[in-house]
Design a protein around this ligand. Structure first.
Ligand code: NDP
Ligand code: OXD
Length: 308
């Protein structure tokens, strides 16, 4: 089988080496723009240019080396082409860790304690009642469910919102637009782990975020396109929201002078909440390629209609 690797902003060498070890029979090559490339059966991709699809007309499937496919689906992709994304592949535990870091930073008031430290004050902030610190997770998929488990370990009440109902022990499931207001009104901490689709774009807007209880905290570790950035600034300035941890932005890297850089109530990280690690990702992709090649069931297939 022939495999072509076309991943932007990625150091290709370790991936190519690991793939060749995992798939010793395969002819694996690095796709290059403005050069004739071998026509491959399978593509391994991350935000490939349109020229990749225009040239690679023999592809049976593409394997995305990330969980989110929003950038990929902006390309013109033949309807018949199968698209497979990563499911967990080592990202879920990282995401759970990231969300816990943000939740604990807010709940245990680390910024206030750092301030007291700088003032040489031995002063304990008042910690709110944990049972009132409900964490609402937008998107109860592979990552959202793992985050819910981590939160439950520390006995935070957890609720979740998704397109279809979920049955996770002790996690109340809210479904669809109709139940969004009830979900938001209970979420003292809101975590966004949705895919970016036409239905979820700008979902973190003033109308929705205003429905959170006063003093709520936002964690967006999904995509910058979920958040209307000025609406967040306005809600922080009016003190409806207490703060936010953001791993993603509308434009990445965040532009110079953007209000998020210096905002005292925003913790900003450079889209590294959960990284695609070569070992677990190659293990998963090589298994799926072999399964597809043998006509077996493949996990992680994306619906071009749903957009995730
Ligand atoms: P999944 O596809 O497993 O889960 C997505 C969840 O969102 C599902 O529960 C789904 O509902 C729900 N959902 C989708 N559309 C809607 C909608 N219109 N209304 C309500 N719920 C909806 O994805 P993952 O958990 O694997 O990943 C989630 C996202 O996290 C990725 O798409 C990516 O954007 C982001 N991500 C960010 C990373 C980072 O480092 N910052 C790293 C990896 C991923 P249902 O289950 O009913 O279909
Ligand atoms: C992903 C990401 O979608 O890294 O995997 O954001």
């Amino acid at each position: 089988m022939k495999i072509t690797f076309c991943c932007s902003n990625t150091n290709a060498q370790p991936w190519l080496e690991a793939l060749q070890i995992a798939l010793p029979e395969a002819q694996i090559s690095l796709w290059q723009e403005n050069t004739p490339n071998q026509l491959a059966d399978y593509g391994i991709v991350w935000t490939p240019p349109q020229a990749f699809f225009d040239e690679q007309t023999q592809l049976k499937a593409i394997f995305n080396i990330g969980a989110g496919v929003d950038a990929l689906l902006k390309r013109k992709i033949p309807a018949h082409l199968r698209i497979v994304r990563l499911e967990d592949a080592g990202m879920a535990v990282q995401m759970a860790e990231y969300v816990m870091m943000a939740v604990m930073n807010f709940y245990r008031q680390l910024p206030a304690m750092r301030l007291h430290q700088s003032q040489e004050k031995w002063l304990a902030p008042v910690i709110a009642d944990r049972t009132k610190m409900t964490v609402g997770i937008l998107g109860l998929g592979i990552l959202g469910e793992r985050v819910a488990q981590a939160l439950q370990h520390f006995e935070y009440p957890v609720i979740g919102w998704s397109r279809t109902p979920k049955y996770i022990p002790n996690v109340s499931s809210f479904v669809g637009q109709e139940q969004l207001p009830a979900f938001l009104s209970r979420s003292k901490i809101l975590v966004c782990l949705l895919p970016l689709t036409s239905e979820t774009q700008n979902i973190l807007n003033k109308a929705n975020l205003s429905q959170l209880p006063k003093g709520a905290y936002l964690i967006n570790a999904a995509r910058g396109g979920h958040l209307v950035e000025q609406d967040l600034i306005d809600l922080l300035d009016s003190q409806h929201l207490a703060g936010a941890t953001l791993d993603v932005a509308q434009q990445e890297p965040l532009v110079a002078g953007h209000a998020f850089w210096q905002h005292p109530q925003i913790v900003l990280t450079p889209h590294n909440a959960a990284q695609s690690l070569v070992g677990p990702c190659v293990a998963q992709i090589s298994t799926q390629i072999n399964n597809m090649h043998l006509g077996l069931k493949v996990e992680g297939e994306v619906s071009q209609d749903l957009g995730y």
